[in-house]
Design a protein around this ligand. Structure first.
Ligand code: GLU
Length: 307
C-alpha cells in the first residue's frame, strides 16, 4: 500500500472526534454577536468541520449539512477574484497590504491611513473592493462572484436572503462611517452601492464542504492563478485573524480567515484546507472552537508553514 506523504490525510477520525468534542466544550466561553439579529439566534452547540487533503482524502465531522453565511470569510475570495480579473495594480491602488493592530471595523485605523484601507481583510478593505466588482448593481456584482466561485469547484454558494434582510434590518453605522471616510478621501465613489454589495457578499452561504472546496482553489488552483493565490494566502496569514494574526502565526502558523458567523477557513500550502463552523466568538471576533481545533491539528501534524 502506498503511504501518502500528505500530512493532513494522516489525521484519524477518532482523534478529530476527540478534538471537536473538546472544541464544543471550550466554545462555551465565547459570545455570539448580537448586531445581526438572525446571526444572534445561531445554535451555540452546532459544530461542523471538514478537512480536505491535497491527495483527495476528505474527513468531516458534525453538522456538515448545516449552511452558514461566510461573512468575512468571503473576503479572500473577493480579493482573489479581483486579482484574477483586474490584476494587482487595480487592487492595491485601492487597498493596502499591511496588517493592523486594530479591530476589523476600526474607523481610527482608516483615519490614521488617510482613508486608504490598510488591507483587504478588514471591513474597510472589503467594502472598497466590493466597489470594484463588475456589475451594474449589488445583485449583479455579487452574482458575478458567486457564479465564478461556484464554477471553479462545483460548490453551491447562495445568497441567504433571510440573513441579508436581518443584516439590512439593523444598518451598521460603523460600516457607513468607514464608507464615508473612503468617499471623502477618494478611495470610494459610491458608498451606497459598495455597502449594499458588501452586505450581500457577506451573506453568501454554504456548507463546510462548499467552503473547503473553495479553499482548495487557494491551495492548488493551477498555474494560471498561482501567483494570485500566493498573494491571498500571504494576506490571510498576516491579516486574516485581524489583530490576533501575528499571535496565531506563532501558535498555529497557517493562513486563515475568520468570519463573524463563526466560520473559519484555513489553507495549508501543499497540504489542503480545514474549514470549521462554530458560532461562539472570542473578543477579537474569531471562533473559539474553530481556533482550538486548528491549533490542535496544526501542532499534532506539524502543519505550521514555519516548521
Ligand atoms: N457583515 C459583517 C460586518 O461587516 C462581517 C464582519 C465579519 O465577518 O467579521 O460587520
Amino acid at each position: 500500500m502506498k503511504i501518502s506523504t500528505n500530512k493532513l490525510s494522516h489525521l484519524q477520525p477518532e482523534q478529530l472526534n476527540a478534538w471537536a468534542t473538546e472544541a464544543i466544550n471550550r466554545s462555551k466561553s465565547g459570545q455570539i454577536p448580537a448586531y445581526i439579529p438572525l446571526l444572534a439566534q445561531a445554535d451555540r452547540q452546532v459544530f461542523a468541520v471538514q478537512i480536505r487533503a491535497i491527495d483527495g482524502q476528505i474527513l468531516s465531522w458534525g453538522s456538515t449539512a448545516q449552511t452558514f453565511p461566510l461573512m468575512s470569510v468571503v473576503k479572500p475570495f473577493v480579493l482573489l477574484y479581483l486579482l484574477c480579473t483586474l490584476g494587482e495594480k487595480a487592487v492595491f491602488d485601492c487597498v493596502g497590504c499591511d496588517p493592523s493592530e486594530m479591530p476589523f471595523n476600526s474607523l481610527t485605523q482608516l483615519e490614521i491611513d488617510q482613508g486608504k484601507p490598510r488591507n483587504p481583510m478588514l471591513n474597510s478593505g472589503a467594502i472598497a473592493l466590493a466597489s470594484l466588482l463588475p456589475g451594474k448593481n449589488a445583485v449583479e456584482r455579487c452574482q458575478n462572484l458567486q457564479t465564478w466561485l461556484n464554477q471553479q469547484v462545483n460548490s453551491q454558494l447562495f445568497v441567504d436572503e433571510l440573513m441579508l434582510d436581518s443584516v439590512n434590518a439593523m444598518p451598521n453605522q460603523n460600516n457607513w462611517d468607514l464608507a464615508l471616510e473612503m468617499v471623502q478621501s477618494g478611495y470610494l465613489q459610491n458608498s451606497a452601492i459598495a455597502l449594499e454589495t458588501y452586505n450581500r457578499l457577506c451573506c453568501l452561504s454554504g456548507t463546510v464542504d462548499d467552503l473547503a472546496k473553495l479553499g482548495m482553489v487557494l491551495v492548488n488552483g493551477g498555474e494560471a492563478i498561482a501567483e494570485h493565490c500566493r498573494t491571498v494566502k500571504a494576506l490571510m496569514a498576516t491579516c486574516g485573524l485581524y489583530e490576533a494574526s501575528a499571535r496565531l502565526a506563532l501558535r498555529v502558523g497557517i493562513p486563515a480567515k475568520s468570519g463573524v458567523s463563526g466560520a473559519m477557513l484555513s489553507v495549508i500550502p501543499g497540504e489542503g484546507a480545514i474549514v470549521s463552523y462554530s458560532p461562539p466568538l472570542n473578543k477579537e471576533g474569531n471562533s473559539v472552537g474553530g481556533l482550538f481545533l486548528l491549533e490542535q491539528i496544526s501542532k499534532a501534524l506539524r502543519l505550521s508553514v514555519f516548521d
